[in-house]
Each structure stands twice: as structure tokens, then as C-alpha cells.
Design a protein around this ligand. Sequence first.
Ligand code: ZN
Length: 966
Amino acid sequence: MKQRFILDFTWLLGVLWVIIIWTGDGYSWNTSGTDWAGDDTTMSLNLGSSTWNDSAEDALYRWNVVSCSSFDFYFNNDNKDRCDRGTACIGTDGNAVEWEDFSNGVCSDAASGALAITRTNWLINYCNADVLFNTQYSWTTSSRNYTTGSPYNFNSVAIHEFGHVLGLQHENDNVATMNSIYHANDHKIHANDKGGLRNIYSVGGCSKVDVAPTNWKKTTSAAVAATLVSSPTSANTGQTINMEWTQENHGTQSTTFDIGFYLSTNSTITTSDTRLGINNNASLSREWVLTGSRNVTIPANTREGTYWLGVYLDYNNNVAESNEGNNALAHPRSIFIRDTIKPSPDPMSWSSYPYETSTTSIAMTAVLATDATSPVEYYHDYYSSTTGGAGGTDSGWQTSRSYTDSGLQANHRYSYRVRTRDSAATRNYSGYSIVSYDYTAIQTPTGITFGSYGTTNINAISTNTPSGLTRGSSGLIIYNSIQGTNSGWKQNNNYWNSTGLTPNTNYAFRARARNGDAALTSYSSYYYRRTLAAMPGAQAFSNITCTSIRANWSANGNPAGTQYYCQNTTTGAYSGWITDTFWTNNGLNDQSLYTYRVLARNANGLQTGWRGLGSQTTADCTPPNPNPMTWATLPYELNTSQIRMRSTTASDSTVPVRYYFDFFTSPTGGFGGSNSGWITSTTYTDSGLGTNHEYGYRVSAMDGSGWQTGYSAISYDFTDIETPSGIDFGTIGATSIAVRSSSKLSGLDRKSSGISIVNKTAGTKSDWQQNNNYWTNIGLKVNTAYTFYAVARNGDGNSTPESPESSRYTLANTPGATAFSDITATSIRANWGGNGNPAGTMYYCQNITAGTASDWISNTYWNSTGLDPETTYVLRVIARNGNGIGTAWTNLGSETTLPTVEPCEGDFDNNGMVDDVDLMAFAASFGRSDCSVAFPCNGDLESADGDVDGSDMITFLEDLGRTDCP
Ligand SMILES: [Zn+2]
């Protein structure tokens, strides 16, 4: 129960001199009718400490500064008599302001319960005024604002008491400092008090304009307790309430102004506060006060809390006032605004529906709810999981409108709803939002695991199997990003066979999943798998040479860049890894059979099986053997116009082998040389050549494929020279014969050409002569036949056959003369020397005298018979050679025959003697009987009867021994 202390200013009752005077101008202040002469007085403040003295001094000051008043308080701190109550101002010594315990009486007065008492003495004007404060109460110099209980506001009571000192009386029906009931504002002097003061101590021509509110309420005329303007201490947002206010005109003239009504969060009212309403054109008389009331509505958007209602006079500052700082005032009490409005929106709704933020969390955001009484709290209510997922939880009340529910299970469906509440003391709750469903994220595929794969297909699955693939729109998809194909959405993680691929191609796969809401995961990383290379296809060989074969194969679908490995299984040679689809295998032997195979590998080195490419024989490109070609028979002359040659028979597998005999040159300028052209014969005869000319040839062979050997060495040969046709003889002597060929030969001067004359008889021959001049063969025997022939040779020194032979005798020497012998009566033997002539040389001796001759005889004597005895004869002799060529005559001289001599029978050998020789001849023929002319007998001497008998013997014996037979 609030204690109200009613100020009963009983001190007034004890001062009988107080006079109540009503002013005559209708203004409602009360004065005593007495004032201070000189419009001033000095108060002696003696309150025991500066605290009280200072507050009292301030109270004095408040009166001094009232405008349009001529009064001035002075003060000191003297100790004056507080009970100097002389009559008619006798015995007073000053204006004491002191403490006094009123319980023991006040000076000579009875005890009192008043807060303070002012005693005044006056005669015409005041002469003494003592102000005493009752020490029975608790006092404070601190501001007490509108609090009316103990401790009491010393300054307010001092202002009131000093008003009495000035000559003012109580004014109970207006808001006035001089109201008899204590009210607590310090430093305040109301308009009514100022009117009274100005009335007592007026200043002519002074004019002031100033209006100001106060919270004290204008009351009835009774001395009732001072009350404050009323207003509720609580209200709901949006509620209309009634508020009172009191306005005072502190000025000296009637003023019209506008009034603003405000709601403030603090006890200082400014135009920035929430204005609840206005009253325009309020008019208030000078030093007048008015308490009014009006309805104002608390804005619905007012945040719940403690506020102050307040009033702002001339809020729009239309009136020029002497004090513009006193126009606003908050009510003396706060008002608690209660928020009864639900946060908006109501029901609640979603800003972001629940959405998965991971496999274990779902986030959601409510719309931003508004409420005057923030913060608004949100409650995200886990509702259910239609898929049986565990872990769903409510957010609890939180100020964040976002909530992430964690600890959920992957790819399960969870549902939520949300509502809000404000922060009012009694919370206001919105309705729940709709229930919203969402799947947590499905696990992102971590990669691709590959299964079997081939040249055109690859099997792939996700490395991990995301949860709940069969739920809702869940699925898994695998992409072949290179091929641009995918598995389609699958609700399992079985292998997807990506087909139709290119061999040996690297394919990038990745996967993604989607949860029951079809929300996609990110892609897995790419994983790569390369298809196998296709086994190459066989193709025909090409570009076959004698040393190389180009093996060919088809890629069989492999892309460019695929590597192949081709092998010659015959030799073991291989291509190495190449990207061509062929391999030229060099370095082979010609005409050899080789077998090939090939395989491929993909870029990962995985190989296919071997593909047999078959076999192929290399071509023949070896020239025939020997190479270079050689001669089997070097060119040789067949005759004087032909040269024949024979090549070595060349061997080669490719027939026919042909030969080319190349006429190269004729160093001697011979005509007619010609090539053979390509012929199959190993023999070539070049015809139409010049005699004894030198021709050069070379030969080459070529096989059936056109491969040609190198040429043989060039071989030179002379054609034959003509065989000499015979011998011509020149001058013949007894010991020499000049000889030459009877025919002229060609080119005798060429190289080894020549002609040689052979004396076949003598076994001698001439040197090789390079001309056809006579060769004189000397040193021969006399009258000897010599046979000659000629042989020629060509430039190569090849001899011709011998020419036909021809013979000639050397000449005989002229016989030498020697003495005659065997001279008989009828004969003379002429004798001569052979003079070197060989036996057999024929002589012809002539008896010139007898005219007989010997005929040609080979003896070197001649018996010239039948001569006449004793006759002289002249003889000469001549010789001739075998060719009948005679010498000159040799004269043998003359001789004379002897006388006649008996002839001798039996000188068979006619040697002039019948000797043993003749005997032997006779004996040999003795007994024969067949003697005839045809068959002569030695001894048929007797009558030549045809026999040799005794008679013949007698005859023979008669002459035996004779030596003078004629
Ligand atoms: Zn009083």
C-alpha cells in the first residue's frame, strides 16, 4: 500500500498573519498581499552542510530566474535566530533557514507534523521570514522525480517554502509549486506560481512565450493530494488506451500550438519516438494549466516491452519560445506493451523446403518470420520418415530460421514442418507450415569398376553401390563420356555393358546417382578403360622386290595410331611396334619364300593373337652369274672379216638368259664392228670386219627379269691377215735368193702383224717383216734347191697358214779347168773342177774341135771319144744349176790323141783295163744264155751268140791283164 503523506501545512495555521488574496484578473494564484520592499531579501542558509545549503541555494535560484519578475533572493550562511518573532518587525535579525525538530514544538508553537514551516513577519512589507525543515523526516538532495514518499525532495520543499517567503499562498486547484500537497519534482516552478510571482513583482513591458507539459494533474480546488496524469501501466499491442496530459503556459500571453503524443522506449520524449497522435491548435491562456486526455492506439507492431507515453508540445516547433527545451515530457510511469500477435506469416511457410545437403543431412529454411517482439524463434519439427529412415530430430526452438538435421541415413525420405514463436513473455505461436518431404542425398559414386571388356565393349559398374537405389526416383547411371552413351537410370548396380565401341580406344566412364527425389549427385571422377585392339586382318603382299616384301594388313577397326607388330617368321625379323598397317621387310634374299604374321596391341600394351599373313617369295633381282660377265672364249678371228667370241654360260633362275656382245671400239679404225643385240646364244660372230683390224668387245648377260650383269672385261682381237698367196723370187745368186710374198697383205704394220719367209730347205726364215719387201736369203749352198713359203701374222701375232711353196736353185759355179787325162788314140778325157758345185751338178763339155759334146752330165770329166789318133782337140765346159741356168763357159784347153791301140776284149767297164772288176763282171754273167739287147750280158763276147760260154772265156782271157785298152 502506497503511503501518501499529506502535507498539512499546519505551520500556516500558526501564523495568523497570513492573508489570502484572490487576484482580480482571473488568474488563479494566491498571494499574501505583502511583499518585500526593494524586491529582494537575503536568506541565511544554515543547514549544517553544504549539501543542504547548496540545494537551498538552488531553490532560491529557481525563483530568481523566473522571467518578467523583478525579485532577487540573496543568501549567506549566517546563523540567524529562527524564532525571532517580534511584532511589527521588532526583534528580528534575519531570514534563518535551518533544521528544526518539530516534535518538540516549533519555537513557541506546538509540535507539528509538517515537512517545513515558513514564518514571516511584516509591517508593511515583509521584514523577516524564517524557513525551518522538520528533522523528523528523512530528506534527500537526490532527485525524487514523481515519488511522493520518504525521503523527501529537499529542493522541492525548499522551492515551495521560499514561495511563501516571496508572498505566495497555497494554490490547490491548479498545478502549482505552491500546492499545499507535496509533490516531488525538483527545480520546478509551475506556470501558476510564475503568474503569482509576476503579479507581486511585476516588470513592465516584459513578455515571454513558453509552454511546457508537466505530469502533475490539475485537481479540484480542495487541498487534496497531488496526483499525476493517468495512463495505463500495461496494454496490448494494437489496443486503444486513454492517456492524460497536463500542459502549462509559462509565458505571459495566450499561445496556440500543436501537440504530439508519443510512445517512447525511454523516459525521454523526442520526435523520433513513435507518435501515437496529435492535437492541433491547442490554445492556452497565459500562466494557465490544463489537463486533458485522449485515446491513443498502441501500434500492432510494437515490440513487447516497457515504454513511456509522453507528450510533446509544439512538437512541430511552430511557436518561438523562450525555452524550447521543456516541451517534451514522458509520463511519470512506464507502460508495458504486451505483444499478443503471432509472428507472421501464420501459419508458417518455407523459404527453402527441406533439401538434402549430404547423405546424412537435410537443411531447410523457413521464411523470415516477423514479429514486433523479436527474436522470433523457429521450430523445425521432424515429422516422419516414410522410408523408415532413422535419426530424424527436431531442431528445438532456435533463432535461426535455418536448420540442418544431421545424422540421417542416406537416401531416406524425411519430412519436416516448421512453426515460430515470438519473444513475448507469453509467447505467441504461429501455426505449422505444410509438411515437406525430402530425401537425403544418395552416396556419390566413388568411381567406376570395370568388368570384362573386349574390342568393342566394356562392362562397368559403380565402385560403390549407393543406398536405397530402389526407393522412389532413385537410380544410378554410368556414362561412357567418350562415346556419349550411358546406361540409363538403373535401380541396381549391375554391370552395364557399353557396346559398339571402337577397338583400342580409351573410354572415360563416370557415374552419378540420384536419390528418391531424383536429386543428382555430382559425377564420380573419370575412370578410364581402353578397349582391346582388334586382331589385324590379312591382306595381300605388295611392293615385292628381290630384297623386300611389303606385308599388308587391315586395321580391322583399330583407330589410327594403333600399334602393330609384324614378324617375318622365316627370318625372325620384325617390324617393331609401328602404327602403319604395313611393313616393308627389307634385306631379304631374292627368290626366297618368307612367311609373315602380325598382331596388334592397344595403348595399354595388351596384345591380340597373331594373324597369319601367308607367305611370299621375293622377286629375282640378281643378275645372271657370273657378274660381271666373263668370257668363255675371248674374241678370236675366224678369218679376215669375222671375229667370234663366246660368253661364259650364265646361270640364272629367270630364263631366258640373254647375252649382249657389245662392239666396243676398233683401235685400228676398222670398220664394220657391230653389237650382237640381246641374243640367247653364248656365241657371237661379228662379220663384215676389216682385215687385220683390231676390234674390242665386251659382253653382258641379262636374266628373264631384266637384271643385267656388268660387262666383262673388254677383249680385243685382230681379224686374220690374208694368207700369203705364194712366193715371189727376186735376184738369185750362187749363195743367195731374194724372196717375198707374191701377194700384198693388209695392215702389216699393225702391232704384231708381219710376214715371215721361210726357207724350208735350209730351215731358216726371215724375221717378221712389217712390209712386203724382198728378203734376201743368203749363205746358201751353190746350185742347191731351196723351197720357200711365206707365213703372215695379224696384229695379234696369229699366223696364217703357210703359203704355197716355191723352190729355186741357187746358181751353179763356173767349172774350173784341170788337165786332160786318159788320152788314147781315139779319146781324150777332159777333166774340170766342180768349183764348189755339189755332186750332181750337170755339166756340158764340148769338144769344139770334134764338134761333139758330152751332153749334160754330172761327171766332172768327159771322155771325148771317137777321135782320130794323134789329133789335137780343143774342149770347153759349162755347168748349170738345177733350174737349168747355165754358168759361163770354162775353156779346158786342147789335147792331142795318142797313136792306135789293139782293142781289149772284156774291158767291160771301159776303164782301159781288163782287170779284176771286169773278171768279176764276166764271171757274173758266165753261163747265161739269155743275153740280148734288152738283157745285155758281160762276156757274150764271141759272136754275140746270146750265151756266155767257154769260147767267150777264151776271148776274155786273151786280154785279161791289159791296161792299154782303148
Ligand atoms: Zn506551503
